[in-house]
Design a protein around this ligand. Structure first.
Ligand code: IMP
Ligand code: MG
Length: 181
Protein backbone atom coordinates (compact mmCIF):
# COMPACT_ATOMS: atom_id res chain seq x y z
CA UNK A 1 0.00 0.00 0.00
CA UNK A 2 0.95 3.66 -0.51
CA UNK A 3 4.15 2.76 -2.37
CA UNK A 4 5.96 1.63 0.77
CA UNK A 5 9.49 0.31 0.27
CA UNK A 6 12.34 -1.15 2.30
CA UNK A 7 13.71 2.39 2.71
CA UNK A 8 11.09 3.10 5.37
CA UNK A 9 11.86 2.62 9.05
CA UNK A 10 9.89 3.11 12.24
CA UNK A 11 6.47 4.75 12.16
CA UNK A 12 6.76 7.90 14.25
CA UNK A 13 3.14 9.06 14.08
CA UNK A 14 0.22 6.86 13.12
CA UNK A 15 -2.67 7.93 10.92
CA UNK A 16 -4.96 8.03 13.98
CA UNK A 17 -2.55 10.19 15.96
CA UNK A 18 -2.21 12.62 13.07
CA UNK A 19 -5.93 12.81 12.36
CA UNK A 20 -6.89 13.43 15.98
CA UNK A 21 -4.25 16.18 16.25
CA UNK A 22 -5.57 17.78 13.06
CA UNK A 23 -9.11 17.77 14.50
CA UNK A 24 -7.84 19.29 17.76
CA UNK A 25 -5.97 22.08 15.93
CA UNK A 26 -8.98 22.77 13.67
CA UNK A 27 -11.23 23.07 16.72
CA UNK A 28 -8.89 25.62 18.32
CA UNK A 29 -8.65 27.56 15.07
CA UNK A 30 -12.45 27.58 14.70
CA UNK A 31 -12.79 28.98 18.23
CA UNK A 32 -9.97 31.52 17.94
CA UNK A 33 -11.24 33.02 14.67
CA UNK A 34 -14.97 32.90 15.54
CA UNK A 35 -17.02 35.48 13.58
CA UNK A 36 -14.12 36.07 11.21
CA UNK A 37 -13.11 34.71 7.84
CA UNK A 38 -9.71 33.24 7.33
CA UNK A 39 -7.23 32.79 4.50
CA UNK A 40 -5.20 29.58 4.69
CA UNK A 41 -1.86 29.92 2.93
CA UNK A 42 -0.27 26.53 2.28
CA UNK A 43 3.41 26.06 1.56
CA UNK A 44 3.72 23.70 -1.40
CA UNK A 45 4.19 20.93 -1.81
CA UNK A 46 4.55 19.48 1.69
CA UNK A 47 1.56 21.18 3.31
CA UNK A 48 -1.09 20.18 0.76
CA UNK A 49 -2.20 16.95 2.45
CA UNK A 50 -2.39 18.52 5.89
CA UNK A 51 -4.14 21.61 4.57
CA UNK A 52 -6.84 19.54 2.90
CA UNK A 53 -7.57 17.59 6.10
CA UNK A 54 -7.34 20.67 8.33
CA UNK A 55 -9.58 22.83 6.14
CA UNK A 56 -12.38 20.27 6.16
CA UNK A 57 -12.42 20.33 9.98
CA UNK A 58 -12.49 24.13 10.31
CA UNK A 59 -15.99 25.53 10.70
CA UNK A 60 -15.40 29.05 9.32
CA UNK A 61 -15.65 30.84 5.98
CA UNK A 62 -12.30 29.90 4.42
CA UNK A 63 -10.27 30.91 1.41
CA UNK A 64 -7.22 29.10 0.11
CA UNK A 65 -4.00 30.34 -1.36
CA UNK A 66 -0.62 28.69 -1.88
CA UNK A 67 3.01 29.65 -2.11
CA UNK A 68 5.79 27.50 -3.45
CA UNK A 69 9.32 28.09 -2.30
CA UNK A 70 12.63 26.41 -2.70
CA UNK A 71 15.58 26.96 -0.48
CA UNK A 72 19.07 27.05 -1.79
CA UNK A 73 21.39 24.42 -0.42
CA UNK A 74 21.39 20.64 -0.51
CA UNK A 75 18.24 18.53 -0.63
CA UNK A 76 17.95 18.33 3.13
CA UNK A 77 19.79 21.35 4.50
CA UNK A 78 18.18 24.74 4.29
CA UNK A 79 20.54 27.62 3.66
CA UNK A 80 18.03 30.26 4.69
CA UNK A 81 18.02 31.85 1.27
CA UNK A 82 14.56 31.20 -0.07
CA UNK A 83 13.43 31.57 -3.66
CA UNK A 84 9.74 32.14 -4.37
CA UNK A 85 8.59 29.77 -7.13
CA UNK A 86 4.93 30.68 -6.82
CA UNK A 87 3.61 33.78 -5.12
CA UNK A 88 0.13 34.33 -3.67
CA UNK A 89 -2.72 34.64 -6.17
CA UNK A 90 -4.66 37.10 -4.02
CA UNK A 91 -4.08 40.21 -1.95
CA UNK A 92 -4.01 39.49 1.79
CA UNK A 93 -3.95 43.04 3.10
CA UNK A 94 -6.47 43.44 5.91
CA UNK A 95 -7.13 39.68 5.98
CA UNK A 96 -6.61 37.14 8.75
CA UNK A 97 -3.94 34.80 7.42
CA UNK A 98 -2.92 31.39 8.73
CA UNK A 99 0.25 29.99 7.21
CA UNK A 100 0.14 26.18 6.98
CA UNK A 101 3.49 24.38 7.03
CA UNK A 102 4.31 20.69 7.12
CA UNK A 103 7.48 20.79 9.20
CA UNK A 104 9.79 23.25 10.87
CA UNK A 105 13.40 22.16 10.73
CA UNK A 106 15.90 25.03 10.97
CA UNK A 107 12.96 27.45 10.88
CA UNK A 108 14.63 29.57 8.23
CA UNK A 109 11.98 28.97 5.56
CA UNK A 110 9.23 29.94 7.96
CA UNK A 111 11.09 33.00 9.15
CA UNK A 112 11.52 34.18 5.57
CA UNK A 113 7.86 33.54 4.69
CA UNK A 114 6.57 35.36 7.77
CA UNK A 115 8.68 38.38 6.98
CA UNK A 116 7.56 38.32 3.36
CA UNK A 117 3.85 37.91 4.16
CA UNK A 118 3.89 40.61 6.83
CA UNK A 119 4.98 43.16 4.20
CA UNK A 120 1.56 42.49 2.57
CA UNK A 121 -0.11 43.96 5.66
CA UNK A 122 -2.48 41.18 6.76
CA UNK A 123 -4.80 41.98 9.70
CA UNK A 124 -3.18 39.04 11.49
CA UNK A 125 -0.63 36.38 10.65
CA UNK A 126 -0.23 33.09 12.52
CA UNK A 127 1.36 29.73 11.84
CA UNK A 128 -0.02 26.20 11.91
CA UNK A 129 2.66 23.53 11.57
CA UNK A 130 2.17 19.80 11.93
CA UNK A 131 5.72 18.99 13.03
CA UNK A 132 8.61 20.78 14.69
CA UNK A 133 11.99 19.21 15.14
CA UNK A 134 13.22 19.90 18.66
CA UNK A 135 16.31 21.79 19.52
CA UNK A 136 17.55 22.87 16.12
CA UNK A 137 15.73 26.06 15.20
CA UNK A 138 18.29 28.71 14.45
CA UNK A 139 15.80 31.49 14.98
CA UNK A 140 13.09 32.05 17.60
CA UNK A 141 9.67 31.32 16.11
CA UNK A 142 6.19 31.99 17.32
CA UNK A 143 4.07 29.05 16.16
CA UNK A 144 0.50 29.41 17.38
CA UNK A 145 -0.69 25.93 16.33
CA UNK A 146 1.90 23.19 16.59
CA UNK A 147 1.02 19.53 16.09
CA UNK A 148 3.92 17.40 17.30
CA UNK A 149 7.47 17.86 18.44
CA UNK A 150 9.73 15.21 16.94
CA UNK A 151 13.43 14.42 17.29
CA UNK A 152 15.74 15.95 14.66
CA UNK A 153 15.56 13.03 12.23
CA UNK A 154 14.50 12.97 8.58
CA UNK A 155 10.87 11.93 8.23
CA UNK A 156 8.55 11.18 5.33
CA UNK A 157 4.83 10.79 4.77
CA UNK A 158 1.68 12.87 5.16
CA UNK A 159 2.98 15.38 2.61
CA UNK A 160 6.68 15.07 3.39
CA UNK A 161 8.94 13.59 0.76
CA UNK A 162 12.27 11.92 0.23
CA UNK A 163 13.27 12.65 -3.38
CA UNK A 164 9.62 13.54 -4.07
CA UNK A 165 8.29 10.15 -2.92
CA UNK A 166 6.22 9.01 0.10
CA UNK A 167 4.05 12.13 0.30
CA UNK A 168 0.96 9.90 0.07
CA UNK A 169 1.69 7.84 3.20
CA UNK A 170 -1.14 8.52 5.69
CA UNK A 171 1.39 8.25 8.55
CA UNK A 172 4.83 9.72 9.30
CA UNK A 173 7.86 7.41 9.27
CA UNK A 174 11.61 7.75 9.55
CA UNK A 175 13.93 6.48 6.84
CA UNK A 176 15.79 3.27 7.58
CA UNK A 177 19.33 3.46 8.92
CA UNK A 178 21.71 3.88 6.04
CA UNK A 179 19.19 5.52 3.72
CA UNK A 180 20.67 8.97 3.42
CA UNK A 181 18.62 11.98 2.44
P1 IMP B 1 13.65 24.73 7.36
O1 IMP B 1 13.76 26.01 6.59
O2 IMP B 1 15.00 24.17 7.72
O3 IMP B 1 12.75 24.83 8.56
O4 IMP B 1 13.11 23.66 6.37
C1 IMP B 1 11.81 23.43 6.18
C2 IMP B 1 11.56 22.65 4.90
O5 IMP B 1 12.55 21.61 4.67
C3 IMP B 1 10.25 21.94 5.06
O6 IMP B 1 9.19 22.74 4.59
C4 IMP B 1 10.46 20.68 4.25
O7 IMP B 1 10.13 20.91 2.90
C5 IMP B 1 11.93 20.39 4.34
N1 IMP B 1 12.20 19.40 5.40
C6 IMP B 1 12.79 19.65 6.58
N2 IMP B 1 12.88 18.52 7.32
C7 IMP B 1 12.33 17.54 6.58
C8 IMP B 1 12.10 16.12 6.83
O8 IMP B 1 12.44 15.53 7.87
N3 IMP B 1 11.48 15.42 5.83
C9 IMP B 1 11.09 16.01 4.66
N4 IMP B 1 11.27 17.33 4.40
C10 IMP B 1 11.88 18.08 5.36
MG1 MG C 1 8.18 22.16 2.63
Amino acid sequence: MFGETAELGEVLLTEDEIQSKIREMAKRITEDYRERSLVLVGVLKGAFIMMSDLAREIDLPLEFDFMAVSSYGSATRTSGVVRILKDLDFEISGRHVLLVEDIIDSGLTLKYLLKYLSTRKPASLEVCALLRKTGIQKVPLDVRYEGFEIPPVFVVGYGLDFLQRYRNLPYVAVLRDGVQP
